[in-house]
Design a protein around this ligand. Structure first.
Ligand SMILES: [Zn+2]
Ligand SMILES: [Zn+2]
Length: 339
């Protein structure tokens, strides 16, 4: 079968490998139909993702159809259309036994720490599979994974009710956070440097968008919140400065959700956190959010297809990656098809 492999930095190849087989109880063979390209796939491509070693079959946002099931598989049948949760955890460490398996001490992510879903077939444990009974196209079903990231962020920030929410950055993750927050009736202001991204945020229901190249963030926030400050900030820009700004614009008793994996420190004084008694929380991957996201999608409460801007056949992977790396102003989410 064919697989998309990053063999060395800046080199992606379509390789021929052996089709995987079910070897253990609980395993399922999935024929992959579509997958989304994520920023972390591009990080692996560039050789700057510290979690992945090369060579690596990339892809952690993918969906397909169940082709064969092993012994002891429950709730999944041949022919089911499934999205795949890429989180693999031990079930025994502190995080796992406290309901937080997404930060397992020996966490592995399919497509990052181990080979991923940009190939024709994969064998995974049935517990990682989540099915839809609806006629959702695979090029949309594969986008459930990024929405689980947005769901996790909403949950970690306890975003809801009468909150005002600032999402810094209108990339794919910022936009998934937006769609879920809007579903819950939250007022949202979003920032970016690119007009095309801000336009997408508007279309997905952002109440106010700010191009921080042209407009002052603090003035916009004061206007939006009647000088109260933002109750919850999601920093999806993830640079040293954005984290510092987040602490400044958050209201007393507010929350900040951090999702960056940057190693450089930000300069944040303790007083800025203490005086307002801020809660700063990390959010990583997702903690069993696939079920909820598929339910919202099937009910039409979120629209994953709205973040998709490009589609390519897997044989065009080099072109797809080139577009993603060199035309960020045009690209939100690229989907690769495997038919
Ligand atoms: Zn991703
Ligand atoms: Zn664990």
């Amino acid at each position: 079968m064919k697989a998309i492999k990053v063999t060395e930095p800046y080199k992606v190849e379509i390789v021929e490998i052996e089709k995987p087989e079910i070897k253990n109880p609980g395993e399922v063979l999935v024929k992959i139909k579509a997958g989304g390209i994520c920023g972390s796939d591009l990080g692996i491509y560039k050789g700057i993702n510290s979690l992945a070693t090369l060579p690596r079959i990339i892809g952690h946002e993918f969906a397909g159809v169940v082709e064969e099931i092993g012994e002891g598989v429950e709730g999944i049948a041949v022919g089911d259309k499934v999205a795949v949760d890429p989180v693999v955890s031990c079930g025994e460490c502190y995080a796992c036994t406290h309901g937080r398996h997404n930060v397992c001490s020996t966490l592995e992510v399919i497509g990052v720490h181990r080979d991923g879903g940009f190939c024709e077939y994969i064998v995974v444990n049935y517990k990682n599979l989540h099915k839809t009974s609806k006629d959702t196209p695979f090029e949309t079903l594969c986008l459930v994974e990024p929405f689980t990231i947005g769901a996790q962020i909403n949950s970690r920030g306890q975003i809801g009710g009468d909150d005002t929410l600032l999402i810094m950055g209108c990339g794919p993750i910022g936009l998934t956070v937006l769609q879920i927050a809007k579903k819950n009736g939250v007022r949202v202001i979003m920032t970016d440097l690119l007009e095309s991204r801000l336009k997408m945020a508007k279309e997905m229901g952002a109440d106010r968008v700010v191009n921080v190249k042209e407009e002052d963030l603090y003035t916009a926030v004061n206007e939006f919140t009647n000088n109260v400050g933002i109750n919850v900030v999601v920093d999806a820009v993830c640079n040293t400065k954005s984290f510092e700004q987040a602490v400044e614009v958050t209201s007393p008793a507010g929350r900040i959700v951090v999702i960056g994996l940057l190693a450089q420190p930000s300069q944040i004084a303790q007083a800025g956190i203490t005086k307002k008694e801020l809660t700063i929380t990390g959010s990583r991957l997702s903690n069993y959010k696939f079920h909820d996201v598929i339910e919202w999608m099937d009910a039409g409460q979120i629209k994953p297809e709205m973040i998709r801007t490009h589609m390519y056949h897997y044989t065009e992977i080099a072109k797809a990656i080139d577009v993603a790396v060199n035309n960020p102003q045009d690209v939100c989410k690229i989907v690769i098809k495997f038919d």
